[in-house]
Write a protein that binds this ligand. Sequence first.
Ligand code: ATP
Length: 259
Amino acid sequence: MPLLDVRDVTVRFAGLTALDGVGFAVAPGTVHAVIGPNGAGKSTFFNVLSGVYKATSGSVRLDGAELTALPPHRVAALGVARTFQNIALSRHLPVVDNLMLGRHRLTRAGFVSSGLRLPHARREWARHLDRVTEIAGFVGLGDRLGTPVGLLPYGVQKRVELARALCMEPRLLLLDEPVAGMNGGERLDMAELIVAVRESLGISVLLVEHDMGMVMRLADRVTVLDFGRRIADGTPEEVQRDPHVVRAYLGTSPDQEDM
Ligand SMILES: Nc1ncnc2c1ncn2[C@@H]1O[C@H](COP(=O)(O)OP(=O)(O)OP(=O)(O)O)[C@@H](O)[C@H]1O
């Protein structure tokens, strides 16, 4: 059974069909990319998956559970965590606080609101801090826990965002343009980290990305959207050869073009 099963999803905004009957499946333990030219519907799709937009019709299931009508916090509780195109972190807070906020939905005592007055809240906080420290080490932020996020280089901030999503202990991680705005070295580091997330943690990754080199290297499977429709779905090699895809990208070969 696929981890994520997307069927016939349509999203209409007053007069405009942003997604038109899109379907595909994400297998457990894989990296799956969604690509497409500007305006193809990729962000809309991510917003449907994370509960920010409601699909006009169609269904999205995670391990059989229907996500389609759920608000974002319920989708997150079922195990879908996401990062954003533009960094969405508290810049003045240290890395550790940003990561602890990522754990909030997992807390029973609600250590943030209880202000650590109760012993069981303090114990729970310590347990979460251990796990946050472990995750920070995993993404290479072990020595940055006390640094305010705003003082970190851009590429490192993107890692903090990914770490915060991991702190939610997701089964599926949605990455919205994880290497946008990064330099070459930062891109390679991020690619390595995404592979590690899949291989060491066994978490499935669904990413939207414009950097074709990255997509072709990383993804096990690629779904291509154009004008809200799915025009191709397959391995990176299959998709690169697909004439619909080549045409959608204005006749250029996808592996030659940073779209
Ligand atoms: N909230 C909204 N209200 C109205 N139209 C919207 C809304 N969000 C997206 N759209 C429209 O839906 C279409 C798909 O947009 P979307 O942002 O999903 O594409 P995209 O593939 O993510 O593009 P890009 O690569 O430029 O980020 C576009 O025509 C866009 O203008």
